[in-house]
Design a protein around this ligand. Sequence first.
Ligand code: TXA
Ligand code: MG
Length: 345
Amino acid sequence: MDTVIIREINEANLAKAGETIRGGGIVAFPTETVYGLGASAYDAEAVKKIYRAKGRPSDNPLIVHLSDVSQVEKAAREIPETAQKLFDSFAPGPFTVILKKQPDIDDIVTAGLDTVGVRIPSDPTARAFIKAAGVPIAAPSANISGKPSPTCAEHVLHDMTGRADAIICGGNAKVGVESTIIDCTGEIPTILRPGGITLEDVISVCGKGQLDKHVLSSVSANEQPKCPGMKYKHYAPDADVTVVEGEKSHTERIISDMVQEYKRKGNTVGVLAMSDIDFGADLQISSGKNNKEFAERLFGALRKFDDRGIDVVFAQFCMEDSYGLAVKNRLYKSAGNKIIYTEKK
Ligand code: TXA
Ligand code: MG
């Protein structure tokens, strides 16, 4: 398939991208969290193309993207008070609300569920593109299934050239991890996936909120998680990742020892480090000075380790702050839950 690459973002080009969507095509586009791969949420055949392009399991539903809060009724048939408060306070922004689905949204979008994830991105290009399309846009992250989500145009060009009808090349994703998913269909708003909007944010506007039990723990074979995406190994780079978590100096000591040991065994070793000491690895990438920067850099770093053919990566996690949960959730998944705690839990 020929992919149209849109490098200049202007009204005429976004109108063309919107036309591609209405004609049943699939278009990759930037958002403030990660890049998405979109199709009309009303068009089952177009949505099937997304699943095929990504190699995504068909029981994993897609999020529906809208340009404005006034459009939510196009996707959802009920807006509970908690959801309204979240939209009033944080939309447009890096979160998704799970609501009861409108029948017009094709079942293939929601993988047969009676609920739908609704998201209004804040990225101006995303909003202009969705507006130009004139229909709700069903979109997962624009990566090949199982690979780290794309946070810049190069990642999308790498994964989706020849697979998408068009790619809109915007800037770097500012948040860097996918949206917070908040289930508002029950009494207490429940975070199914942590992200840029935190539990504290949810509690501050709704007066209540909780984390789903699968936010940090893995899903066992006989469980059916609320968020189907939780059961898949996500964000897995080719490298074998281990998280080293705990007090900074303890994590430094363990990582330094591990780097030497694995190099001795003949592996190429990478470190994703919050400390600025030299760990003696083949490739060391800084995760920044706090978890907000870590989130922004994480997926790009995982891709860089793969580009360089690194076998083994140690990721240092030594700071708990408001973005900590979003970072840890992605790190644990990319490590397939291989975690070394330097202190007793
Ligand atoms: O930031 C984001 O959310 C990005 C950008 C493109 O908007 N999108 C994204 O989509 O991360 P995706 O498909 O990679 O992740 C969507 C997650 C999956 O884990 C899926 O299972 C869950 O959302 N999900 C979608 N609809 C759901 C529903 N009705 N109930 C529960 N979980 C749902
Ligand atoms: Mg994804």
